[in-house]
Design a protein around this ligand. Sequence first.
Ligand code: AMP
Length: 564
Amino acid sequence: MTAFKELGLEEALLQGIAALGFETPTPVQELVIPTALQTNEDLIALAQTGTGKTAAFGLPLLQRIDPAEKNVQALILCPTRELCVQVAKDLESYSQYAHHYKVVAVYGGASIETQVRKIKAGAQIIVATPGRLVDLLVRQVARLDKVSRIVLDEADEMLNMGFKDAVDMILEAVENRQSIWLFSATMPREVRAIASTYMRNPLELNVGQHNQINADIEHQYFVCHSADRYAALKRIVDATPGIYGLVFCRTRSDTKEIAEQMIRDGYNADALHGDLVQSDRDRVMQRFRERNLQLLIATDVAARGIDVSDISHVINYGLPDEIEVYTHRSGRTGRAGRKGISISIITPKFEEKIRQIERRTKSTFAKMTIPTGYEVCESQLFHIIQNIHDQEVQHAEIEPFLPRVYEALKDLSKEELIKRFASVEFNRFLSYYRNAPDINLRGSGKDRKNSRNDQAGSNGSMQRLFVNIGLMDGINKKDFLQLLIREFRVPKPAIGGIDIKKSYMHFDIEHTFSRDVRRGLEEFDINGRRVKVNEAKPMPEKFDKKAKDKKFGGKKAQGRKKAY
Ligand code: AMP
């Protein structure tokens, strides 16, 4: 593996990235940095967001700035104000031990006068949204005759957002530039057109497969009736305790509505969309970044600049029209080497669209079953148990209270005590999901099954099984799939969704194979523990005592604060 220092970067920049914790270059950095440091040729790099592309262009760009020259030497165009701010901030971080380069971010929605003042104070790099930069060009604020490099960041997205004319104007206006570096996640016709009009024999740097498919992202989809989409969203969130997610909606009004509904239902959620004033957007983003907000409901446009590297789930509340937009959305998770899950909640007519995305992006989508009320309660219960197990004890602080605590609980046996502790949180979900019907759409999509028996998770000829091992036993989805295929000779199409949690898992398998697989698995010992497999159970009768075929969500959860 190549080290950063072999790429030709100067010492001060190496120190800057070391301080950020970057140890080894990502593939796009390895490919772009040495070339961009040397050549004056135009470059095209196919790179998705999350692959480290900002440093790929930012580091060589900084190294090629003349610190003594106080005019604008480089322009970086980004599709959104959030991305502008982020890129400018990143450049400042990379160069914290280098010369004090003057980097100014300019974007709409903020005072143009302040931005003009900053540029006039000797900006060397301008990071701009195309629209605002055109305003500045018209006002003849900045001298651009010393601009030698222009970076088009997320070029496909800039064109998607209608910035083609502005980009054209800027590229025409900057006459003396030496090179254009174009970064794009995809290469649609419009981006090719920009390249052929303004770039001279560009060098194409393609990180290839690695950048095309982000192997760290797992794609899943859930099918339900349109009317059940919100209920499905809640179940998925409830069955994923600890989720830190971004939910994409198609329109501002959907975004507002879903966020309001989620807040009303007790979730730690908020909305990010274009109707918010900048200060509100900043506030929401800060809460999300600091993890004080667990779910951010956003439109595509508003979410463009979000650079949070540990988002666990992206949820598509409906699929976007453009496949590229799906790629951008899912690229918000699985960043910087972490694993992420991209979930789509769709109605049956969009299953074909899933196939299209699979073909175009060369990735596989797993069809999942929307968790039943029973499964939600089970996930939550084991999450609580795990939390109790891992709970750090503040011995000194709790010690003085313990005699009274022991006294108050002395009439309870260990088993009783465990039951009650576990019930504290469990009861909230239990009361909410007691009457929840199955909202999965099976088969053709017409044969919706709501009967209690279907809650077992049996999916047509599929059967859902529960296994008492999970991630903490060192098993992951890929290994488990291989085990089923290699060890038990189960053909891949007979295996449905595999959902591995920390201490247990569920998976769907065709009935024909389930008996042999169960028997086989139960012969395994993991860490001295015997593997146990059970049929995922329907709601127990008691659980279902008052079931009156009530529609999910009809009954408002009582005392339900945060649903995670
Ligand atoms: P980007 O694609 O530029 O938005 O970067 C995605 C994330 O990866 C950001 O949070 C960066 O800080 C981080 N990152 C970029 N390059 C590296 C690297 N070489 N090592 C570790 N993290 C990185």
